[in-house]
Design a protein around this ligand. Structure first.
Ligand code: OSB
Ligand code: MG
Length: 369
């Protein structure tokens, strides 16, 4: 494939409500959109990194810089031999930076699939036309405020609730949701590394609430700690931050550190590695689900396609556009009986609305190829 040009578009999208996690509060979603222009098509993807390195070590300005000075020059060296399937190998000498690598691979894959008329779902092997949607509920100022938010999401039809937790906001909100909405609601929690193994007895207090899983309770590099914690609590452990590759997934499963995996393509360097994690987990009988990073419609489209693969058996953080944005960058993803439809058009299968993009763009950089 012959690439003519790669552009980086920095956009800032206001969130419909603040989103608080154990590592910070977001009121807007800033991201870099990558546009890859070829003779026959253009591909788009969205960088999952946030302005500050709080979820992982990556951050937006760092991603822009490493793309411009280290990653794009390596892709250029491939010339016309460049395909999405070659990106990870070409970029492997650069250590780390999975989110920066992922956005480039994804934009190139989008252009490539648009050239050949294949959808993301078709390419990845999606077997479902629609996928069940969960919703991630931030930490709030009061239990009542959180219950109102959960009530609203359940009324909209979301099929699974995930509560963000941290020390001081864990047992009480979970108990409150169970008391108000009953035992039938699919419920899970996400700690974003806020605990240590010394909190095992405290985390065991979640056991009676029949949660689907507890996501990333301990530090990202504490695989052994998660394996030990798994013996001390009944709630299944799901890893997010700890899993950056299929090899990580195999190791964590083999060591007993997790029995569920949150697959976020950006965190693992792209959709090709995400699919390998899906395959490794399936081979071990470990269910996966598709995580999110508050994506716009651009990133959501590809995530929803991935979530159509057979071992994505739990509802994902693939919520409707309205959960995040009053105006999305694409036609909005809408909830239909708790599901989002997998786009069927070529590539990611959604178009960017040019007026919205123009209004929300703060800067554009073009890198000649
Ligand atoms: O840990 O899953 C996470 C958002 C930003 C960073 C990390 C996480 C999240 C979410 C929201 O939980 C998922 C979404 O709805 O996109
Ligand atoms: Mg998480």
């Amino acid at each position: 494939m012959k690439i003519e040009n790669i552009e980086l578009h920095r956009v800032c999208m206001p969130l419909v409500s603040p989103f608080r996690t154990s590592f910070g509060t977001a009121t807007e979603r800033e991201t870099t959109l990558v546009r890859v222009v070829t003779a026959e098509a253009e591909g788009w993807a969205e960088c999952a990194a946030e302005p500050d390195p709080l979820y992982s070590s990556e951050f937006l300005d760092g991603c822009d810089l490493v793309m411009r000075d280290h990653l794009i020059p390596r892709l250029k060296m491939l010339g016309d031999r460049l395909t999405a399937e070659h990106v990870a190998t070409a970029l492997a000498p650069v250590k780390g930076h999975p989110m920066a690598k992922a956005v480039l691979e994804t934009a190139i894959l989008d252009a490539q699939l648009k050239e050949s008329g294949v959808s993301f779902g078709g390419y990845l092997g999606a077997v479902h036309e629609q996928v069940p949607a969960g919703v991630s509920v931030g930490i709030m100022d009061s239990i009542d405020e959180m219950l109102d938010a959960v009530a609203g999401y359940l009324a909209e039809g979301y099929l699974r609730i995930k509560l963000k937790i941290e020390p001081g906001w864990d047992i009480a909100p979970v108990r409150a949701v169970r008391e108000r909405f009953g035992d039938e609601v699919l419920l899970q929690v996400d700690a974003n590394t806020a605990y240590t193994l010394a909190d095992a007895r405290h985390l065991a207090r979640l056991d009676p609430f029949d949660l689907l899983l507890v996501e990333q309770p301990l530090a990202e590099d504490d695989i052994l700690g998660h394996a030990q914690l798994a013996k001390l609590i009944k709630t299944p452990i799901c890893l997010d931050e700890s899993i950056e590759s299929a090899r990580d997934a195999a190791a964590a499963i083999t060591l007993g550190a997790c029995s569920v995996i949150n697959v976020k393509p950006a965190r693992v360097g792209g959709y090709l590695e995400a699919r390998r994690i899906h395959d490794v987990a399936a081979a071990h009988g470990v269910p996966v689900w598709c995580g999110g990073m508050l994506e716009t419609g651009v990133g959501r489209a590809a995530n929803v396609a991935l979530a159509g693969l057979p071992n994505f058996v739990l509802p994902g953080d693939t919520s409707a556009s309205s959960r995040y944005y009053s105006q999305d960058l694409t036609e909005p993803f809408v909830l239909e009986e708790g599901h989002l439809r997998v786009p069927r058009g070529p590539g990611i299968g959604v178009d960017i609305l040019p007026d919205v993009l123009a209004e929300l763009t703060s800067s554009t950089t073009s890198v000649r190829f």
